[in-house]
Design a protein around this ligand. Structure first.
Ligand SMILES: [Fe+2]
Length: 355
């Protein structure tokens, strides 16, 4: 069974506004003037924010190694390490790469440089209480919206794992499909963005099986026509589940169409040839490749050689012949990438070579 980790920050779901939990937000104030820090601390604390302080850029970096603020107010002119140098460093660190950073400056000309280095906003000295609070809230609200989106996505990836957990035979299937699909995508020269969509689509492609009854999902023998029709609904259920999330829009065709076939005999829409989007055609090859080289309730895993022979034979029928060609290029011991990605195939090939 798959190890199931609950998505991070699930508690954020449904929290529409930062005002709901202002008291939990931590702000790091970085300024070399103790008086300014004191004023900012009073302003922010009066609204329930927890305030941490640092006297220069160097101290700020030390602080974020120990604590993770929700927002940083960063003065520019400071001794030891100024705000721009600190900003550059903060953006390199994973824990503060996306943290909202509002620069505090008296000089207009510093703004362009700070934007280039990744500042989110500015407050000019001398600052007004209302403006400061409005800018802080705006940045925290934006950050919250991003977190909510990530949470919603994490929930879906979690459901995809639950689907795998319902079926002992498909353990880690989606991870392997994603890995093989990415390998094929790289060989096809896809962009980083396309590879990302490919991975997400591959991980979520069977999420709709969450709506398929257990006895059908795990039936050891062949399915009846009625059961098959029920099983085929998983592509539409998956589409319905993921469709509301705009960030998954580009991956939706993979979820809906991964059972289409090159010759037009697949489902749900009977698309054929290049009517089927390229990323979908890639996942379709990777999906079947992993299914064949894994144990299933109704048959043991096929040896790698047999699986590849079947896929070659299906070029132009089930699969895009060009993608099959690429899979074949990865073939056998001198090109071992597939072995690394496919545990079952790896075992099989080791057995084959041992005999
Ligand atoms: Fe499927």
């Amino acid at each position: 069974m798959v190890a199931m980790n609950f998505p991070k920050n699930v508690s954020h779901l449904g929290n529409g506004s930062v005002f709901d939990n202002e008291a939990n937000q931590c702000i790091l104030v970085v300024d070399d003037e103790a008086l300014i820090r004191k004023i900012l601390k009073q302003m922010l604390s009066s609204k329930g924010y927890i305030v941490w302080e640092a006297g220069n850029g160097k101290e700020a970096l030390e602080r974020v190694d120990q604590l993770t603020p929700d927002l940083i107010l960063l003065d520019i002119a400071m001794p030891e390490m100024n705000g721009l140098e600190a900003l550059e460093e903060l953006r390199k660190r994973p824990q503060t790469r996306l943290t909202p950073i509002i620069m505090i400056t008296a000089y207009e000309q510093e703004k362009t440089k700070a934007f280039e280095l990744g500042a989110n906003d500015f407050i000019s000295k001398p600052f007004q209480y209302d403006e400061l609070m409005a800018r802080v809230r705006a940045q925290l609200r934006l950050q919250q919206a991003i977190r909510d989106l990530e949470d919603a996505e994490n929930i879906l990836f979690f459901i995809a794992k639950v689907v795998e957990a319902r079926d002992a035979y498909t353990e880690h299937h989606t991870e392997r499909v994603a890995a093989v699909a990415q390998l094929l995508g790289q060989k096809l020269g896809l962009s980083q963005r396309e590879l990302k969509v490919l991975r997400r689509g591959a991980l979520l492609h069977d999420i709709g099986k969450v709506g398929i009854p257990e006895p059908i999902l795990n039936k050891p023998g062949p399915l009846t026509p009625e059961e098959r029709a029920e099983m085929e609904r998983h592509v539409l259920i998956g589409y319905e589940i993921c469709q509301p999330l705009r960030t998954l829009k580009e991956a939706l065709p993979i979820i809906k169409h991964h059972h289409e076939k090159w010759d037009g005999t697949g489902y749900p829409d009977g698309l054929a040839g290049e009517e089927i989007p390229l990323l979908v055609r890639i996942v379709s090859v990777a999906d079947v490749f992993d299914a064949l080289t894994s144990d299933r309730p109704y048959r043991p895993a096929w040896p790698l050689k047999k699986a590849l022979e079947y896929i070659r034979e299906q070029a132009g029928k089930h699969f895009d012949p060009e993608i099959v060609k690429i899979l074949m290029d990865e073939n056998l011991p001198e090109k071992p990438d597939l072995y690394l990605y496919c545990s079952q195939a790896e075992k099989q090939s080791a057995n084959e070579r041992a005999h």
